[in-house]
Design a protein around this ligand. Structure first.
Ligand SMILES: Cc1cn([C@H]2C[C@H](O)[C@@H](COP(=O)(O)OP(=O)(O)OP(=O)(O)O)O2)c(=O)[nH]c1=O
Length: 195
């Protein structure tokens, strides 16, 4: 099965490599337009848009993977921060409490003229320690928050502010690799059945 990752994220690339999957990368230009309200619907919608964003550029049969990660705190949905002030606000909101990280994944399978779409999501609960204003400032100064949903990277310096998690760690980093591999296997099994 030919696999195309529709992502510019170095973390998603590393996680797929870590899983021993052979793949190509194609980056499309997707405008992230949200029409849904629930975080799990938003991440699936955006992952689908990312997969669709490269589908036309893929010639021949392939499975295209699109993914999107957001942080949810109460009824607020947090993406990447616009600037340092935005990052500060997000971290001040997250510190000392529990929040959710959702990653949505879409597998868009191109088979001749046919397109088969499967979207799913995983949720991880993250419990953060308290952070003083000084700690937040020092963390933002590392530059780490800016390309990350919720303004932190569990895999980086912010790891020290994560007390514990419930769910898949890799889901927080941007790709629920265990679930993804199971979904790919089941796609493959379905293909074998049909042939
Ligand atoms: C919460 C959290 C998010 N993130 C990252 C995962 C995602 O890459 C990013 C959220 O942005 P996304 O819009 O999901 O993805 P992206 O722009 O990085 O890549 P692409 O759209 O090309 O696939 O935040 C971490 O790396 N660590 C964390 O702890």
């Amino acid at each position: 099965m030919r696999i195309v990752l529709a992502s510019a994220s170095p973390r998603r690339r590393e996680l797929l490599e870590q899983a021993g999957i052979d793949f190509e990368i194609l980056i499309g230009s997707t405008r992230e337009c949200i029409t849904k309200e629930e975080p799990e619907e938003i991440v699936e919608e955006l992952s689908l848009a990312k997969a669709k964003g490269v589908a036309e550029a893929v010639t021949g049969d392939a499975v295209i993977i699109g993914a999107d990660t957001i942080v949810a705190k109460g009824n607020k949905v947090l993406g990447k921060p616009k600037d340092a002030e935005d990052a500060h606000q997000m971290l001040a909101m997250l510190q000392g409490e529990k929040h959710q990280v959702y990653t949505g994944v879409t597998l868009l399978q191109k088979k001749g003229d046919e397109k088969i779409i499967r979207s799913f999501h995983e949720r991880t609960d993250v419990f953060m320690t308290s952070m003083s204003d000084q700690e937040i400032e020092a963390y933002i100064a590392t530059g780490e928050p800016f390309d990350k949903a919720g303004s932190y990277g569990i895999q980086g310096r912010a790891g020290i502010f994560v007390e514990r998690i419930e769910g898949d760690y890799y889901n927080v980093v941007g790709l629920p690799i265990s679930r993804l591999c199971r979904e790919l296997k089941s796609l493959e099994a379905e293909d074998d059945r049909k042939e």
